[in-house]
Every structure is written in C-alpha cells, then in structure tokens.
Design a protein around this ligand. Sequence first.
Ligand code: EPU
Length: 303
Amino acid sequence: MRISDSNLLAAIAALGVEHKPDVSLAQKTSLEIGGTSDVLLIRKHESLPGLIQFLKGNKVPYRFLGGGSNVLLPDGELRWVVLQLARQDPDVRFEGNNVFVDCAADLGRTVTTCAKHDLGGMEGLIGVPGSIGGALRMNAGAYGTQIGTYVREVKIYRAATGQLETLRGNEINFEYRHTSFAPDDIMLTVRLELPSKSYSEILQGIRICNEKRRASQPLNQKSAGCIFKNPPGGSAGRMIDELGLKGHSVGDARVSDRHANFFINAGHATQSDMLALIADVRQRVREKFGVELEEEVIVWKEK
Ligand code: EPU
C-alpha cells in the first residue's frame, strides 16, 4: 500500500518513524516472494503505541514484518503498509548469565556473540535463519533446543492494550512452534538466561549442528524452512518423501530434492504457485496417511 497524503506523512515523520516508499518485499524474505508496499521503519520502540493508534485512527491497514524467513507474502501491491523495527545499537548486552537482545537482531549472530561470552545452550539454533523476535514468536527449535527454554522476560507492544509491556518468562506459554503471544503483538527485547560453557565446547556443538543441517537441508536455496509443522509423533518431511514428491512442482514452487518439507522458490514463484503446491501436498498426505498437515510458514492472505 502506498501512503501519499502529505498530512499523514507529516504525522508519521513527527512520530519519529521513517517512511520508505514502494519497497520490494521479495528482497526482505528468504523465499524471495512478495510484491511491494511502503515500509514504516520504527527506530524507537516508544513510537509504536502512537504509530499504531494513528494508523488505526486513519484506517491505514498495516502488518508487521520481522526477519522474513518464515513468511509467504502476496504478489503485486500489498493492501497493507508494512511495519519494521530498526535494529538497536548495540543489539546484544550482557549482565552475567543474562543477555538482553534486541528482537530485530539476527538469531544466528546472537548465538555466536553469546558463545564469545562463554554462554551456550542455543547451539542447536545456529543456522536457523531469521530474527530473535521471529524465533520467540514461533518458539524456534532445532536439534533438541527451543529458544523458549531460556526466555526470562520479553518486552512487547501488546496489541490488546496498545501499550508496551514486559512479560515474565513464566507468563508466556512456549509450545512446539507455538506461543501464547497474540498474532499482532510485536516482540521488542528479550532477556535470556544462558548457561555458562567454554567457547570451544560451544563451537564444537555449533559445528555438529551445522554439519547435520548441511547434510539434510537445502541451505543455499530460497525457502522458508519447513513448510508444515510435524504432526504429533510424526514427520511431515518423511511422509512427503514417501509419497515420492521430491521435485514435485507448481510453477516455480518446488518440493526440495534434499528435504521434502522444504518448498523452494526455484525461479520466479508466486504466492499462488506456493499455495497451490501446499494445498496439493496436503491433500495427497491426507489421502495416503489420513493426517491433516498444518502450515508452519505464516501466510499473508490478501482476503
Ligand atoms: N526425512 C525423510 N525425507 C525427507 C526429510 C526427512 O525421510 O525428505 C526423515 C529423516 O530421515 C528423519 C525424519 O524424517 O528420519 C525427520 O527429519 P529431520 O531430522 O530432517 O527433521 P524434521 O522433523 O523434518 C525438524 C524441524 C526443523 C529442524 C530439524 C532439526 C519441524 C517442522 N522441522 O525437521 O525445523 O531444523 O527438525 O531439529 O519441526 C523449521 O522449523 O523450519 C525447520 C526446518
């Protein structure tokens, strides 16, 4: 969506928010699918309550985009203005075993920065693309580690109250790829408490996870990681593989040859290519295994 009304633009600037017109959103997502929209870049968390109140008051539809690694956007001009958080500097701060991390920080870089301070626990998350905020919202996990285990406090913009609030870790439910945050809450900063470990021991763990990931996942292709959640006790990837669907495609959306729960943008895939592939695979899995797969990727639907 484009904002061209000069009064609106002046009010947005007065809130300390930067307006970036007509941004290509494909470049902000790991699938490299998505059209264009104006982006409002929020430099100070304190601007958020006023900004959102203002957008609602002026009937400007908006959506928040984090690291873009687990999202499937529509093509063409989006009907929302897109909000993004500018990364704070510094984005990681240490106090003993407590680490205060800006939610716009990169997850992988945070894991290695913590390692350099002899703080471990999150080795399994190395190689998971995306921001700390996105990892928190989905309770990102891999190789036996889930980020929720280490969360002690989260500062959020809480949609229900329109205010910035700080939640204690024990007030948040972290489940498999699901949390109790509301869909329109925005993660701002988190305090993690990490166990002390030597740098060399952490590096060893990081190396092992990197190797496992390289051996089983298509890392240098355009994807949003796993497209479906695993059903209880099962594996979406194994079921799709058993159906012989590796390489199966709709347009340029293709089931990865390496890991069947990764769907790849093999060229110029559109959202509808990807949605058609998701629907097709879901139906085949339902028919063969009687299992209804649930998407893990967040889909921004136009309607
Ligand atoms: N498998 C196949 N064929 C495939 C893919 C997997 O037979 O094409 C088999 C594997 O051989 C293995 C089983 O299925 O026996 C499970 O596969 P894998 O170890 O790759 O784990 P996964 O359950 O498919 C989950 C997470 C990944 C995470 C890995 C490692 C989900 C949906 N996926 O994958 O997370 O990296 O474990 O811990 O929970 C993501 O969330 O986007 C993601 C990639």
